[in-house]
Structures are given as structure tokens and as C-alpha cells.
Design a protein around this ligand. Structure first.
Ligand SMILES: Cc1ncc(COP(=O)(O)O)c(C=O)c1O
Length: 364
């Protein structure tokens, strides 16, 4: 099988699996228990916290483990101060846009035709101190990388709380928390070869987080519930690998992307979305005139090739991509969208096979 859907999820790295296994079998102690078996789990969690912290250049005390990107985003938005406004870019993931913090709808900030957030539109909103803004570091569909550091620097000076969803950026591009000028940043383990159902929210040192899940005192009282020890251990290992392998992974992914784009451009009627701007090295979203994305995805599936026709969470609904519509792409073209997202085990030969199959399908 050719798997080209790494923005939906990644396979578990063998080394991650090996790190997790003892915590699924022998070391089952509750990390809150004071005896040896419990202490072993606690130590493993703290090691993982350091591994996650190192990937994004923060102190381990700034890492709060969650059940994944969705919870991290929900926890971030729960920080909105009562009576204040919440703003997010129009292309955020549903785990931001579907949240209704403090029972108020989120105000959305438009993007340009390349999928870049319009800074001037943020200024027009007249945000005030303690208002909250969420702008993703990289988009899950187009792969567009947002230049959030300058705008966040300005907003923070005005006392506005800045959050970035870095779920798709982590492990694909360098991710230094402090350099982004965010106070909050979401991560997810299964997008970087770790297990599903695990993630983290990174908070600035001076930021006092309010809990979303209440109960026990786990995660310093910010996230109650017995920790998913094996998943946290796996997430930590995945972050360690992502850090040490970042450069070679980036090089490979970019070469794959450029090769695919060169071949796609030879196909009549093919549009590559956000082609002209900074994008993740592994992501290409495109549409071919007169070809339906969902149909194409199903035909590729019959050839044992996995791609996405919209973001994984919204696919199946037959709706055009909300991200592309926000970029001003017409409905017909948006319905044709296919997202290819590479991973570290993909090869040039797989791209050639993909292109060959694509040509055969569109010819018939
Ligand atoms: C940009 C972005 N944010 C958040 C999420 C949600 O992460 P999780 O699946 O870990 O809940 C995803 C998953 O697709 C995503 O792409």
C-alpha cells in the first residue's frame, strides 16, 4: 500500500512502540502511587515531558499532557477571560472553530487567496488586553505555514493572549516556542509517529493555566485524570526522534514534494493550492479541472493508494473544504481537492506509481 495521508495520522515508529511496550505490560503502576511501581510510571512521564519540552525549546514545567490536539486546543480556548473576545483565523481546525468559549461565537479573521492570514484584518478588529487569538502555525490541508511571530509580538504587547495550533508543524519544521511569541501552543502525538490519543499544551512560563477537566491533581491540577502513561512515553520518544531527525526528514519530504509538484504541473487543468507561499515540506493540495476529489480518492483507494479528499475529520460529508472556500476557491474546484501528505518512509518511486495511476484514472 502507498500511504500518502500523514497529515491525517502517521504510523507508529518502531522505536516508539518499543518504548511504550513495557508500560502496557509490566509497568502498569498508577503514576500517583507512591510505591516503586507507581514511581516508575511517574519517572517515565517526567522523562517524556522533558523530551517534548526539548522539541519545542521550553522547560519541562511548561508542558501539560492532554488527550491530543483537540483537547489541547479546547484547553487553550478555555483560557479566554470572561467578558473578552475570542478571535481565530478562518482556516483553523474544527477543534478551535467549533469551540464556543464563554458562550460567545468566535470572530474569524480572513485569509488571502494563498491561505495566509491577513494581519491588517486583525488590526481592524480593535482587539483589547485579555482578548484571545488563535492562529495555527501550519494548515492541515494546504500546509501553509503562517508567519505568526511578528503579529503575535505586536498583539502580546497589547496584552492579547496568543495561541497557536502547531499540531501539523511539529516534527516537520523547526518549532521554537519562544521564537513564535505565542503564550500557548498545541501539539499532537499521532502526527509525528507517536500514538493516538495523546498531546500537549505548551504554556509560557508566566501563564497561569485554568483547568478544563477537573478532579484529581494530575498535571499540577490543570488536567485531571490518570495519565495515559504508555502513550505519554511514546509521545516523548516520538518527539526525541523528531528532534534528532528533523533535518533529514525535512530534506526528504521536500524532495518528494517538489517531485510530485513537477509531475502534477504536467497534467492539464491541475491547480496546486497555495503554491507560491511557504508550506510544510510534506503537503500538496491540488485539484484537477472536471475531476471530483472524493471519486478520485476512492479510485486511488482501489489501487491501494491512500490520500485525502478533504481534511480527515470532515471527509465523508461531501462538503467542499472550508479552508479552500475561505481562500476564495470556487465550490467546484474545492470539491476536486486532493491532499497528499508524505511521511518519512515514502519514496520517489511511490510518487511515480501515484502519478501513473492518477493519469490512468483521469484519462478514463
Ligand atoms: C491542525 C490540527 N489541529 C488539531 C487537530 C486535532 O488533533 P487530534 O487528532 O490529536 O485531536 C488536527 C488533526 O487532524 C489538526 O490537523
Amino acid at each position: 500500500m502507498i500511504y500518502f495521508d500523514h497529515n491525517a495520522t502517521t504510523p507508529l515508529d518502531e522505536a516508539v512502540f518499543d518504548a511504550m511496550l513495557p508500560f502496557l505490560k509490566r509497568f502498569y503502576g498508577n503514576p500517583s502511587s507512591l510505591y516503586r511501581l507507581g514511581r516508575l510510571s511517574r519517572t517515565a512521564i517526567e522523562t517524556a515531558r522533558e523530551q517534548v519540552a526539548e522539541l519545542v525549546g521550553v522547560h519541562s514545567s511548561q508542558v501539560v499532557f492532554t488527550s491530543g490536539g483537540t483537547e489541547s486546543n479546547n484547553l487553550a480556548l478555555a483560557q479566554l477571560a470572561p467578558g473578552h473576545r475570542c478571535v481565530a483565523s478562518a482556516i483553523e481546525h474544527p477543534s478551535v472553530l467549533a469551540v464556543v468559549p464563554q458562550n460567545q461565537p468566535i470572530t474569524t479573521v480572513p485569509v488571502n487567496t494563498q491561505g495566509q492570514v491577513l494581519d491588517a484584518a486583525i488590526d481592524d478588529l480593535g482587539l483589547e488586553a485579555n482578548d484571545f487569538i488563535s492562529i495555527m502555525r501550519a494548515n492541515n490541508e494546504t500546509g501553509v505555514v503562517q508567519d505568526i511571530a511578528p503579529v503575535f509580538a505586536r498583539l502580546r504587547e497589547q496584552g492579547i493572549v496568543c495561541h497557536t495550533d502547531a499540531v501539523q508543524a511539529a516534527g516537520k519544521i523547526a518549532l521554537e516556542f519562544d521564537a513564535l511569541n505565542a503564550q500557548l501552543m498545541s501539539l499532537s502525538s499521532h502526527k509525528l509517529y507517536g500514538p493516538k490519543g495523546c498531546g500537549a499544551l505548551i504554556a509560557a512560563r508566566d501563564f497561569t493555566l485554568k483547568p478544563l477537566l477537573r478532579g484529581g491533581s494530575q498535571e499540577s491540577g490543570i488536567r485531571a485524570g490518570t495519565e495515559n502513561v504508555a502513550a505519554i512515553v511514546g509521545f516523548g520518544k516520538a518527539c526525541e526522534l523528531a528532534r534528532s531527525e528533523l533535518e533529514p526528514r525535512w530534506q526528504l519530504l521536500l524532495q518528494l514534494r517538489l517531485h510530485l509538484e513537477t509531475e502534477l504541473k504536467k497534467l492539464p487543468g491541475c491547480v496546486i493550492f497555495s503554491e507560491k507561499v511557504d508550506r510544510l515540506p510534506n503537503t500538496v493540495q491540488f485539484s484537477i479541472a472536471g475531476v471530483d476529489g472524493e471519486m478520485l480518492q476512492m479510485q486511488l483507494d482501489q489501487k491501494n493508494i491512500a490520500v485525502s479528499s478533504a481534511s480527515a475529520c470532515s471527509s465523508g460529508g461531501g462538503e467542499p473544504s472550508a479552508v479552500l472556500l475561505a481562500m476564495g476557491v470556487d465550490e467546484q474546484t474545492a470539491k476536486g481537492a486532493i491532499r497528499v501528505s508524505f511521511g518519512k518512509a515514502n519514496t520517489m518511486q511511490e510518487i511515480d506509481t501515484f502519478i501513473e495511476n492518477l493519469k490512468n484514472i483521469i484519462r478514463t
